[in-house]
Design a protein around this ligand. Sequence first.
Ligand code: SF4
Ligand code: SF4
Length: 242
Amino acid sequence: MSDSLLPIALPVLPEDVRARLNAVYERVPGVSCDGCDNPGKCCWLTEEEMDDDYATMYPLYAVEYVNIVDYVHAHFDDERQRAVLDAVDDRPQRCPFLIESGGCSIHPARPLTCRTYGVLNKVSQVKAVAASAKGAMSPHWISSFLSTEQYTVCEHTVLKDADKVDAHMQAMVSFDYERELIGLSDAVDWLDDDRQSVFHEITGKKKPTRWTWGGFNSLAQASMLWVKRHFDKVWKASFLGE
Ligand code: SF4
Ligand code: SF4
């Protein structure tokens, strides 16, 4: 699909922005997956999850997308770079970064949504956090937190940084991480003028803020000719782009 392997110049994420992104990631407690009976099963979707419109690696914020592109440029060979940067499927059943052993090929740069998965290993813990936020947070935030976080619980993980959990859950239920990542995404100038102009023409928005790996690729990595001819269909078919 791409005329050139690397339409985005590299590296594109300013180091001060990368440091702020990594500071957000540092706040998330680590987990061990050593006892997992099926490593990586959280990185692909079952048929039922496909039918229910789930997506792997979503939401992915623009700042995280650019951070991963930098990581791919620095660590993958040309063939592997082309495979992941040419992927434009909005909702692949299997994450393109999942390797055969069940590991993550971009582990140091994986997005927030993958880092927060499995931090809690019981749905009752999610419900307790939601209950404790009642009165202090908007009911809309609490119900949104409940409806997403109870599906990211994994009963096989072992928590490594218990001391970070309370502050982490507070950040999740108050959408603190999300605000920080949206701010960083809006501040980064990662899309060239031509692509930005096509995006604006089709969507009425300045730049995408959160989307999927394939969605961002369809705008940033394909040839300009492809973007002009096909991007409108990609956008119309996606219900995850924002
Ligand atoms: S999050 Fe759960 S399912 Fe995924 S690798 Fe870790 S233990 Fe296994
Ligand atoms: S980026 Fe890594 S951790 Fe996240 S879904 Fe893909 S393989 Fe799994």
